[in-house]
Design a protein around this ligand. Structure first.
Ligand code: SF4
Length: 373
């Protein structure tokens, strides 16, 4: 399995990765380690402040600590190794970041600024094993799960890089990978992002997006009831969804909607169904009807997205009029809200997997973009 590669890398560097421990665990680990070294307790607060509030990326920058203590800390604790590799900025202000990991793998994050709020889209896996038919990330398959530290570090770095501490920040798990297939690391990452002793970003500001792993949808609702859920539905009929989201063959719509209902009951919230519009595939009258029927069973709103083509995958981008027509067809049949989500970053391979795919294969011309979960 590809994850063995990560395990081997971790064995080669067995130091504790700071951002792979929840805030309470990290505090207690630092307390006991610093006490053994005869250091005063306030050092713990200094370190936590630097890690969580100031986005420190190495011991060298923590000049509030004595030099010899930093050297000692470095023998026992390490920072997650994500290094900036490439950055692109779209004409619409969207910024895309490609990070290089300790094993030279590449992952992406996207920063989408608006007047009132920034949204940061982060990855949870290198590649993805689910191979959705329209997705750029699915093209290069699965490499490995990200550690909690590698997940958090994307949000932590962009939190600092965006340079607008007066403006709130949303975090969405809509980058590369299926977060609920990496549940253990994602759950630790959520702890760090949410905990008031950690990044303290506010659970309501965080959305986990999944193509539908029923057991973990329920677990997400139980453990993080304030975190929002987006389900990449993309089709409301099994025969269509089986083709474009192969996970549906393992977890068909009846299982997925049952889990969504449990999530909604547990959290008292409506979820969002993401629906990428693939003309001629999931936009017939019968699809509109099936979606409206599904919305009777699950308290949800629908976000329609116009597909951004990925070369070689065989789907085209719908016209605005086509997407509008499908929206009208669904809206006529349901009381649930059905909106069309604006595309951002089209000129910089702004959707999941596109930039990495372009880098790896040289296959995606600038100006084209794809979709993911
Ligand atoms: S759409 Fe999401 S779940 Fe599907 S292959 Fe792409 S990254 Fe994976």
């Amino acid at each position: 399995m590809a994850d063995r590669r990560l395990e081997r890398l971790i064995e080669l560097d067995p130091r504790v990765e700071l951002l792979s421990l929840g805030p309470a665990e990290l505090k207690s680990s630092l307390e006991s380690w610093l006490t053994k070294c005869g250091e005063p307790r306030y050092r713990v607060a200094q370190i936590l402040e630097a890690v969580y509030r100031h986005g420190a990326t190495g011991w060298a920058s923590m000049t509030t600590l004595p030099t010899d203590l930093r050297a000692q800390l470095d023998t026992h604790y390490r920072f997650p190794s994500i290094a900036p590799h490439e950055e692109r900025e779209s004409a619409d202000g969207t910024r895309k970041f490609l990070w290089k990991l300790v094993d030279d793998e590449l992952v992406e994050s996207v920063l989408i600024p608006t007047r009132r709020r920034d949204t940061v889209c982060i990855s949870s896996q290198v590649g993805c094993p689910l191979a959705c038919a329209f997705c750029a990330t699915g093209v290069f398959g699965y490499r490995r799960n990200l550690t909690a530290g590698e997940i958090v570090d994307q949000a932590r770095r962009l939190h600092v890089l965006r340079g607008r501490s007066d403006v709130g920040m949303n975090v969405v798990f809509m980058g590369m990978g299926e977060p609920l297939l990496n549940w253990k690391q994602v759950a630790t990452a959520l702890d760090i992002l949410i905990d008031s002793r950690g990044l303290d970003l506010g659970a309501r500001r965080i959305t986990v997006s999944t193509v539908g792993v029923p057991e973990e949808i329920v677990a997400l609702g139980e453990r993080f009831p304030q975190v929002r859920l987006a389900v990449s539905l993309h089709a409301a009929r099994d025969e269509v969804r089986d083709e474009i989201v192969p996970l549906n063959r393992r977890h068909p719509l009846c299982e997925l909607t049952a889990a969504c209902r449990v999530w909604a009951r547990t959290t008292g919230k409506r979820l969002t169904f993401e629906y990428v519009h693939l003309p001629g595939v999931n936009d017939g009258e019968v699809d509109a009807l099936a979606l409206a029927e599904l919305l009777k069973r699950v308290p949800a709103k629908v976000n329609l997205m116009r597909y951004n083509p990925v070369e070689g995958l065989g789907f085209r981008r719908p016209t605005e009029a086509e997407t509008m027509a499908f929206r009208e067809a669904v809206a006529e049949l349901t009381r649930s809200s059905v909106t069309i989500r604006a595309s951002r970053g089209l000129d910089i391979e702004g959707a999941c997997g596109q930039l990495r795919l372009a880098r790896e294969a040289g296959a995606v011309p600038a100006g084209m973009s794809g979709n993911a979960s």
